[in-house]
Unconditional design. Sequence first.
Length: 378
Amino acid sequence: MSPLPARRRVAVVGTGAIVAGSHLPALRAHADRVELVAAVDVDETRLDAFRAEAGTEVAGHTSMDAMLDAVRPDLVLIGTPPSLHREQTVAALKAGAWVLCEKPLCLSLAEYDAIAAAEQASGAYASVVFQHRYGSGAAHARKLIADGELGAPLVAHCQTTWHRDAAYYAVPWRGRWATEGGGPTMGHGIHQYDLLLHLLGPWDEVRAMASRLVHDTESEDVSTALVRFASGALATVVNSVLSPDEVSRVRVDCADATVELTHLYGHRNEDWTYTPARHVDAARADAWRTPAADVPSSHTAQLGAVLDAWDAGVRPPGSGQEARATLEFAAALYKAAFTGRPVRAGEIGPGDPYYTAMHGDHPDWAPKHHDEEREERA
């Protein structure tokens, strides 16, 4: 028997709610494969509280560079505000560490391509947390669709209708292009439409609208899109933080069945339903039932997939062109919404204003315009 791989030495950057509430349980679930050795946070009180909660000998640092020099971790988990992601991801890659970073991995396609260049130079990989792709229900649905078991995908709906109040946007970095990268299109609905892309494959064309209907933010608080996939399937996408009745939903109508996922912040097998078309016999439909093993969508599931890829010596899921396609979809949605015209896959590149910023320096949406509006109202 070949020896088991050594436990990977892990550092976390940012010790707020997402790291303590999601990444720490994931690390504990994979304790036979990883060892938490360091944590970084500029807030020493929060850092000390996290180290106490971790319950292990975790070195504390207030500087990421100092941590990388002192610890040389194998894997860095990043859970800081979005504006820090590119710089911190590149620093970890240059130090030879793999990265698993909270969404969005960065704020623009230009930043993503800088991360890709750092990957190529270092030989390490950076993945973005899209935990809704993982778990047994999503894996089962994707395989059925990819194998043609449900017939050709025809129509899809992707819905992230959540609610965030004024207190949520009182946090200084939220609702600002330079620090959050966008509104619910970037920070909330991205999980659902990433799953939609995971199920249906490459998209071809996007038409969209976006608006600020309630919140006094630079970015939007609602967006909608019409999408044509390379397969010919058509879809609607809704991203909202204005909805009192919160739900996350993905529905795909195929020629032989409808598959639907309804949940809020995570799903299990029971959240997926399959409705056969009238011409499908019961025996065939019975084979679509979700698997006996129930693996919830979670950071734990995605961390396991990253570690599996590492052990196999291959690029991890949620990285490379796969993750770039989701960020490109976000940029295309914004460009379509702000310009009022359809956007095709692949058209946003260097020289396009939407390549360097999701607001595309549009006069109605760029930060400068919003600041001028506030001054006029004052």
